[in-house]
Design a protein around this ligand. Structure first.
Ligand code: SF4
Length: 437
């Protein structure tokens, strides 16, 4: 029987700034793993190539980039727009050198990156007109209607919660019944993401859970994953061993709520990782929740290989803390920092995120948070607010941004500072970034 051929593509992006902070098209790689388990042949083109010679010891690296002309809609933005990753010409050449796939899968991740994904879909359609093209990812999940228009050239645009529809499409496109059609409600039965499709694997992101117990007003996690789902500790350990045998030493925890209910998840998992006969390096680009860090957890983070700990403060103002979700208070945060210090983490290894650019936020509030963190001997890290559809903050303030954020996802890019106002200007933001350093 002929083996169906699938091509998975992670598109290049257009942005004003981008850097590979352990990013990976994890959803696409999970889908690739599932289709391989069904007997499909899968190839991968990851357009987000990095400058390997500049890769840091921790695995991060700058993307290949090129300055490009801004589209008219971004004409007023006083920053250079760049394409990050390979050029359309390079992608086109690679596509032309391939046997036409039966199916092309394209992921579209951040909402405001959709233009790159759209170009990639159009290019794939030109080069392989008979292939069936499906687009998934965060953009189709959060901007369903707009994504349908953006990807009119594709055969399927599918939000992440509609796996049944996706499998039906694959069966119809290939004429093959799929034997293995897991939903995302049992992470333990999923095959490992297909990281092996990369030559070298600089790091492996570990998804140990999906969803979050909180509902912060600026965050779409509870919309994307209404219930929390967790993997068993054995399953995560097996995955670490699997990749370690293939030479991987760096792992990245992507979970949104890794430490929640830690007695049944993070504690036993970290204990097992700490007891491995080899060291690993672990990074957490998504912040850990300070409310769940005590002396025992902090010591376990250090023993299991967390080289640094990223933690969420967001604001130092008690009212803002309470109104945006109540995940942390000053007292709770300080207790967590004290535990991390006792576990041996120094200033450079404890980074706390502060939200900047919330609707109506005065710049002084961010400066206060920076001063607070400096006094605690913690490295401040400014996270610019991104308006994300289906979040309470987005719904409440979508009409008061200085760009029409609800009409076109391109305006949801935090780099264009959608909620700048006279009390918090771009100059203020630049000052705060320098001040935080
Ligand atoms: S705790 Fe983090 S992941 Fe959970 S809702 Fe808040 S911001 Fe989102």
């Amino acid at each position: 029987m002929r083996v169906p051929r699938v091509l998975a593509i992670n598109p290049y992006i257009y942005d004003f700034a981008a850097y590979d902070f352990w990013s990976s098209p994890l959803g696409l790689l999970y889908i690739a793993g599932i289709l391989r388990q069904n007997g499909f042949h899968v190839d991968l083109i990851d357009c987000m190539s990095v400058r390997e010679e500049k890769r840091k010891p921790d695995g991060r690296a700058p993307y290949v980039k090129q300055k490009v002309a801004k589209p008219d809609v971004l004409g007023g933005v006083r920053k250079n727009l760049r394409r990050y990753g390979v050029s359309p010409e390079e992608l086109s050449a690679v596509l032309r050198g391939m046997e036409p796939p039966d199916i092309i899968l394209v992921t579209s991740i951040m909402t405001y990156w959709y233009v790159g994904a759209m170009e990639v879909v159009n290019l794939a359609r030109q080069v392989h007109p008979r292939s069936k093209i499906a687009v998934g990812g965060i953009y189709p999940t959060l901007c369903r209607e707009q994504a349908r228009v953006s990807f009119a050239d594709s055969d399927l645009v599918v939000p992440s919660g509609e796996m049944g529809r996706f499998y039906g499409f694959i069966e119809a496109a290939t004429g093959r019944k799929l034997d293995f059609t897991p939903l995302m409600d049992n992470l333990d039965i999923l095959p490992y993401p297909a990281h092996d499709l990369y030559g070298d694997i600089p790091f492996v992101p570990l998804l140990t859970s999906l969803g979050c117990a909180f509902s912060c007003t600026y965050c779409a996690t509870s919309y994307m994953y209404p219930t929390m789902t967790r993997r068993g500790v054995d399953s995560v350990l097996d995955e670490i061993l699997h990749w370690h045998e293939r030479g991987v030493r760096r792992f990245v925890i992507y979970d949104d709520s890794f430490l929640y209910g830690s007695r049944h998840h993070a504690r036993p998992l970290l204990q097992r990782i700490a007891a491995l006969p080899f060291p690993v390096d672990i990074y957490n680009p998504n912040a850990l929740n300070a409310a769940f860090i005590d002396d025992e957890i902090a010591a376990l983070l250090a023993r299991s290989g967390f080289r640094e700990v990223r933690i969420g403060l967001e604001s130092v103002d008690p009212e803002v803390q309470a109104n945006t979700g109540g995940k942390v208070t000053g007292a709770v945060f300080e207790r967590a920092i004290a535990s991390l210090k006792r576990a041996g983490y120094g200033r450079e290894q404890v980074r706390a995120y502060i939200l900047a650019g919330l609707p109506g936020q005065p710049w002084q509030e961010v400066k206060k948070a920076i001063d607070y963190l400096k006094a605690l001997d913690v490295t401040p890290s400014i996270a610019e607010y991104t308006p994300i559809p289906h979040t309470p903050l987005f719904e409440r303030f979508k009409d008061s941004a200085r760009f029409p954020v609800a009409d076109d996802a391109i305006y949801q890019n935090n780099a264009i500072f959608p909620y700048a106002w006279e009390g918090f200007t771009e100059e203020d933001l630049n000052y705060l970034k320098r001040y935080a350093k």
